[in-house]
Design a protein around this ligand. Structure first.
Ligand code: 5AD
Ligand code: SF4
Length: 446
């Protein structure tokens, strides 16, 4: 979401003559786009701002300026604290107010130190979205923001506000503009993306509409909630070949007691059933999840249930975190906190299991040919990095960036696979449609 938002900020600043710089040393303005989800992330903001203060003072001695902005969820949650502790910050802008960056900068330049906007009016934010420069072969498109779920550990409902779904026509317009700029893969984004609903249109129907756009050959969506996996979305996994066979569906815990305390509003069995329906529709579906260990009250038996669920599902990848109490959330007030050493030990055990699964998943693709969308340069000359349908990072030489190529996988690692390009598709010039007809089935995966 922050990657998408940073691109939107670049778009709104472009008419004022701003272009992207590679480092703060080269920049006239630095915006920190911040995350508030765990304590570590928000602590980093203050240390980074300390460094920028020194850079700003150095510039002042040379008679030059540097504007400093803080955007994102730390700005939203701690805007006033930032202004108090860090008076060198010129602009503080919450996630719903990026369209106001130019006027906030103007206010700051007029000497209104610390212009701030942490309003929650979401609709204006997306005006003109997608009009900026090309976003790359694989790019994000926000369709929904905010969250009404109120999991007891999570700050998102407070920092991003209530659920808001963008109108279908706006999304399709943005997707068409992205396709015209050469984007081939779109990841539909939302904090709670499968809660998307505009009028009668839910996420399944939206995916079908995006799949009709010329040039868009791959569609993904993230992040979903297990409660909102409806039949139409499951059917889209069966019927829409452009919808990639990979889904990030966070479960957080495998213990019903902890799921209830987290206010997830589903049981471990509900989750397993949702996965069963999805795999029925798309047998090669690869899965990913988020896990939290050490939530208040989590016993060894609760944790064992999490390990068991992870083993039962079989993930292609996963993210796992130690529970971090966030100010203002209900869980932060809960007693029965889990000791830091216990959290660390559980995290290590869970990650060992998840890493093994990820390696086995990658190893199972050795000898197979998968279609890869190459969108990044690799470390070695001539090497490119792309994604398989299953979200694996694929390294290969001789594939042009922005192209789809068939790659035979010959080596597997924990976080990536590598292979040889067997054919890139010359009939599909970059940015044009391939009709979305190709589909790979990989038996035995997951
Ligand atoms: N502590 C630890 N992890 C958290 N997440 C969200 N809030 C917290 C927290 N307070 C994790 C969840 C979520 C992911 C984006 O971050 O697993 O799915
Ligand atoms: Fe946070 Fe996701 Fe729960 Fe919403 S559904 S409160 S974003 S963890």
């Amino acid at each position: 979401m922050n990657v998408y938002d940073s691109a939107r900020m670049a778009d709104v600043m472009a008419p004022l003559g701003y272009v992207s710089a590679d480092s703060p040393a080269e920049a006239d303005m630095v915006i920190l786009n911040t995350c508030h989800i765990r304590e570590k992330a928000s602590e980093k903001v203050f240390s980074e701002l300390g460094r920028l203060r020194m850079l700003k003072e150095e510039r002042a001695r040379e008679g030059r300026t540097l504007s400093v902005g803080v955007a994102g969820c730390v700005a939203q949650a701690e805007g006033e604290e930032i202004q108090r502790r860090m008076p060198h910050v010129d602009v503080v802008v919450g996630p719903q107010a990026y369209h106001r960056l130019p006027s906030l900068l103007e206010e700051a330049a007029r000497g209104q130190a610390g212009a701030i906007d942490v309003d929650f009016s979401a609709s204006a934010k997306f005006a003109g979205a997608g009009e900026g420069a090309a976003r790359g072969a694989a790019a994000f498109l926000t369709i929904q923001e905010g969250c009404d779920k109120f999991c007891t550990f999570c700050v998102v409902p407070y920092t991003r506000g209530a659920e808001f779904s963008r109108p279908v026509t706006d999304i399709l317009d943005e997707a068409r503009r992205m396709a015209a700029h050469g984007t081939r893969e779109i990841t539909l984004l939302g904090q709670n993306v499968n809660a998307y609903r505009h009028g009668a249109t839910g996420l399944g129907e939206l995916i079908r509409r995006v799949a009709e756009i010329d040039g868009i050959t791959r569609i993904r969506y993230t992040t979903s909630h297990p409660r909102d996996v409806d039949d139409d979305l499951v059917a889209a996994h069966r019927d829409v070949p452009q919808l990639m066979p990979f889904l990030h569906l966070p479960v957080q815990s495998g213990s019903d007691r902890i799921l209830a305390a987290m206010n997830r509003r589903h049981t471990a069995d509900d989750y397993r059933r949702a996965i069963g329906r999805l795999r029925n529709a798309r047998p090669d579906l690869a899965l990913s999840s988020d896990f939290i260990v050490g939530f208040p009250g989590e016993t060894e038996a609760d944790f064992a249930a999490t390990l068991a669920l992870a083993q039962a599902v079989g993930y292609a990848q996963a993210y796992s975190f130690k529970y971090s109490p966030r100010p203002g959330t209900p869980a932060a007030e809960m007693a029965e906190t889990v000791a830091e050493e216990v959290k660390s030990e559980r995290l290590e055990r869970l990650q060992a299991v998840l890493n093994d699964m990820q390696l086995s998943f990658n190893q199972a693709t050795i000898g197979r040919t998968v279609e890869v969308l190459f969108d990044r340069p690799g470390a070695r000359p001539g090497q490119s990095i792309g994604r398989s349908p299953y979200m694996q990072s694929v390294h290969a030489t001789g594939a042009a960036r922005g192209t789809l190529a068939s790659v035979r996988i010959d080596a597997a690692y924990n976080n990536s696979v590598s292979g040889e390009v067997v054919s890139s598709d010359p009939t599909v010039p970059f940015g044009a449609s391939d009709g979305g007809e190709r589909r790979i089935t990989m038996e035995g995966i997951g």
